[in-house]
Design a binder for this molecule. Structure first.
Ligand SMILES: C[S@@+](CC[C@H](N)C(=O)[O-])C[C@H]1O[C@@H](n2cnc3c(N)ncnc32)[C@H](O)[C@@H]1O
Length: 299
């Protein structure tokens, strides 16, 4: 589709494991440009329906266009999936979260997600609220900033880089890159990737939002419903893995160690699902994607 150039990662694997059936009710928590959503909805046929959420209004506009032909089957929600418990959307047969950034976020210099292009140091998915990355650097203490770089980016020399960012107070992506480079010229690019990831996670409260999904979404599945989460770094995948393992494990009696009943959920594949070499060649941004799928057992 030349009109909508964004490539949805692991699309075949998503369709295979989430396996939408005719008439299914689908929830896409990260609608983006609507790539996964349109493919899932197509499989669900004319009786299927979709609720699509995105924090980014610009992406919602594109997704609406992409799904125009099925607009009577779709509901679009501008929200952060952190609000999932309050949205009261009901039950679904298929739920998908494809975490993180979409291509336009990286490609549009104005959004401030990438140090390859110069733009304001923003990084918010939702530009109508919250603090930008530049504001976070300005407002947080050096110690707080250093901890964010360490915990969310595993940035080497996080304390030195935090100190330099505080001193220089960068307002643009290129200024921020310059500050990171001034601390360590040789590893500037690698460090900048890590620093940008850490700031983005903090700006958008990404891990807290994911925890809300992990707490809420399994309960929103119909009998035999499927929940798929695509994550892009180990901080996310570790959380998904642990929660899915816990939900699909047999509960044991604390004293006797005996099994208590059957778990409500099972994992569709225990091993993480990763993109093929061919997909990585065609879309290098897919290389760190990991899909895990949880199924609600028949009740
Ligand atoms: C990787 S893209 C999704 C791409 C989409 N699956 C497709 O095929 O076009 C992730 C999208 O999720 C949105 N997003 C990220 N975190 C979010 C959150 N906490 N709440 C709502 N939307 C979020 C981003 O704005 C972005 O549009």
């Amino acid at each position: 589709m030349t009109e909508f150039p964004h490539e949805s990662v692991l699309i075949n694997e998503v369709l295979e494991t989430l396996s939408p059936q005719s008439g299914d009710r689908i929830l896409d928590l990260t609608l983006g440009l609507g790539g996964h959503a349109s493919a899932l909805l197509e499989k669900a046929g004319p009786k299927g329906s979709l609720v699509g959420i995105d924090a980014d209004e610009q992406n919602l506009v594109v997704a609406r266009q992409r799904l125009e032909k099925q607009s009577n089957q779709c509901e679009f929600v501008h929200s952060n999936f952190k609000q999932l418990p309050e949205l009261e959307l009901g039950k679904f047969d298929v739920i998908l979260a494809d975490l993180g950034v979409s291509s336009p976020h990286f490609d549009d210099a104005d959004r401030g997600f990438s140090f390859r292009k110069d733009g304001p140091l923003d990084m918010r998915f939702d530009r109508s609220q919250g603090r930008t990355a530049a504001e976070i650097i300005q407002k947080y203490t050096e110690l707080e900033l250093s901890e964010i770089l360490r915990d969310f980016g595993e940035v080497p020399q996080h304390d030195k880089i935090a100190g330099a960012l505080k001193r220089e107070n960068p307002q643009s992506t290129h200024q921020a890159y310059g500050v990171i480079e001034s601390v360590n010229t040789r590893d500037a690019k690698k460090n900048a990737q890590k620093v940008f990831q850490a700031l983005r996670i903090e700006v958008n409260n990404e891990l807290e939002a994911l925890d809300t999904v992990l707490e809420t979404a399994p309960e929103m599945l119909n009998s035999e419903g499927r929940l798929g989460i695509i994550s892009f770094h180990s901080l996310e995948d570790r959380r998904v893995k642990q929660k899915f393992r816990a939900l699909s494990s047999v509960e044991k009696d604390n004293t006797t160690g005996a099994d208590i009943g059957k778990p409500l959920f099972s994992e569709i594949k225990r091993k993480p699902i990763k993109p093929s070499t061919e997909e990585i060649e065609n879309n290098p941004r897919s290389r760190s994607a990991v899909l895990r799928v949880l199924k609600k057992n028949a009740v």
